[in-house]
Design a protein around this ligand. Structure first.
Ligand code: 4AD
Ligand code: MG
Length: 461
């Protein structure tokens, strides 16, 4: 039975503790009389030091290079005066897989750009080990938050005919043989003849289906992959990203905002308690100076809350030349979002009541007839991490909105039915999982927070 290195390093060893470990050798050094291997198996940031007291008897030692995989039998012993309280003495050593000299990950600092080109090998690096363990733990925290509050985890479809956000970013799904796509008289692909007999795509959001489930189950959440054919090559956009979308019945925008704040602070608190090793690593090696979110402060601080109109006032009064001119009605650009969160408030800020024209059709219309009950949460360094709203629950108003957005009522009849039969005020939001991880870790490019980034021109290793 093998012992994970994480557990081996935490053992309180009195005398000698027999163990078998398996992992990749990170470094090898020594002399004729003694040799040292630093071994890692992906369970922790730290390496286990393995001491070989009689190197001459270990023939295989000579063939060990960085990232050769090995199995070692021996025993753990307590050591004093070092960071780690145990080290291992090897008794038997066998090579599992050689690692020849053309291995691209030699022992030196590699740039993130270079590592993206060898995405199949980067999980072997310390940084990507930490990032992936952090991602895993924070996924668990997401589920824990909602499960503790009796939300049901629901699964919404990946293949859908709904372009929920109406931004035209749906990736088309088809089983047409590319060489032989039937076309309509107008010369377009004839989806009537395709598998689903209509045009379908990969979901841009599970929200509409989550509304269906919330209107029966009360409180639900999704946590899954989301796709957008958004041709923007930025450090915070990916074509495939993970989103958490809670949807709550009998819930207005104020309740929604309270849950957003509570949820984010829960994630910060969880990280402080359960991800100490990862946060320490991010602080020392990843985040630029002073750029890392100060989680201890963030769990205490109240998020700022302003309306879109107030945000525009702040931006217009700002002593700053924005590339994109500020006036009421514009969609806030990253530079504006960052000014608000970073320069003006220096903490997360929730902006509400955006103009109808720049948001999606399903948001609840305000009395003024030109703004909607939307909320975005903006944070320093990243900009928007959450988008949400109270939904329009009034049948007639929603019919008008569908019409105003140029959508077909027929296609949304099922969505209108939720308003026809026992309608309730309901609200929800979407948190971009990569975005919140970037914010918490200081990792500045989305391509480095997801293992297999999908961005324009890049869907391979
Ligand atoms: O603001 P968005 O488009 O909102 C929705 O999709 C709503 N249907 C959510 C809801 O109310 N249930 O997206 C929500 C969040 C954004 O705030 C951002 O964090 C993330 O999803 N996001 C992206 N993350 C990475 N790459 C992209 N291309 C993203 N697009 C959105
Ligand atoms: Mg948004």
């Amino acid at each position: 039975d093998k012992t994970k290195i994480k557990n081996a390093l935490q053992l309180e060893v009195e005398d000698k503790e027999d163990v078998t470990v398996m992992g990749w050798v990170k470094t090898k050094r020594g002399s004729k009389n003694i040799a040292f291997l630093e071994l890692n198996d992906g369970s922790t940031v730290e390496n286990l030091q393995v001491v070989i007291l009689n190197p001459a008897e270990f023939e295989e030692l000579e063939d060990i290079n960085p990232d050769t995989s090995v199995r070692i039998n021996g025993y753990l012993e307590a050591v004093e005066g070092r960071e780690q309280s145990v080290e291992m003495k090897a008794e038997e050593l066998s090579i599992i897989g050689d690692c020849p000299a053309d291995y691209p990950l030699q022992k030196k600092e590699h740039s993130n750009e270079f590592l993206r080109e060898i995405a199949h090998l980067r999980p072997r690096t310390t940084t990507f080990g930490v990032i992936n363990r952090f991602r895993s733990k924070m996924s668990y925290a997401v589920h824990q938050f909602f499960q503790e509050r009796d939300f049901s985890y629901v699964h919404t479809p990946i293949i859908t005919a709904n372009d929920t956000e109406g931004a035209g970013e749906l990736f088309t799904v088809t089983n047409f043989d590319l060489a032989d796509v039937p076309v309509t008289e107008a010369g377009q692909a004839d989806f009537e003849q395709d598998f689903f007999a209509e045009e379908t795509g990969l979901t841009v959001s599970g929200q509409l289906e989550a509304e269906v489930l919330a209107c029966g189950l009360g409180d639900v959440y999704t946590f899954g992959p989301t796709f957008r054919a958004e041709n923007s090559n930025t450090r915070r956009h990916a074509a495939e990203f993970w989103m958490i979308e809670p949807e709550m019945a009998f819930c207005n925008l104020e309740d929604n905002m309270q849950i957003i704040e509570e949820f984010l602070q829960y994630l910060f608190q969880y990280a402080l308690e359960e991800c100490k090793e990862e946060l320490e690593f991010f602080n020392q090696h990843v985040a630029e100076e002073d750029k890392i979110a100060k989680l201890e402060e963030l769990v205490e601080v109240e998020f700022a809350r302003i309306t879109y109109t107030e945000a525009i006032d702040i931006l217009e009064a700002a002593d700053k030349d924005f590339e994109f001119e500020v006036e009421w009605g514009i969609d806030l650009q990253t530079e504006h979002e960052r000014y608000l969160a970073e320069d003006h408030f220096a903490k997360p800020v929730m902006v509400t009541d955006y103009p109808l024209d720049i948001k999606a059709f399903y948001m609840r219309l305000n009395e003024d007839g030109k703004t909607v009950r939307a909320v975005d949460c903006l944070v320093p360094g990243v900009g928007e991490i959450v988008g949400g709203s109270q939904r329009e629950e009034r049948y007639d108003v929603l019919v008008d909105l569908i019409d105003e957005f140029g959508l077909e009522q027929e296609q949304y009849q099922w969505f209108l039915d939720l308003r026809k039969y026992g309608t309730v005020p309901h609200s929800g939001f979407g948190l971009g999982f990569e975005r919140i991880l970037m914010y918490m870790s200081g990792v500045s490019n989305i391509r480095d927070i997801i293992s297999f980034p999908r961005t324009p021109g890049n869907a391979e290793f």
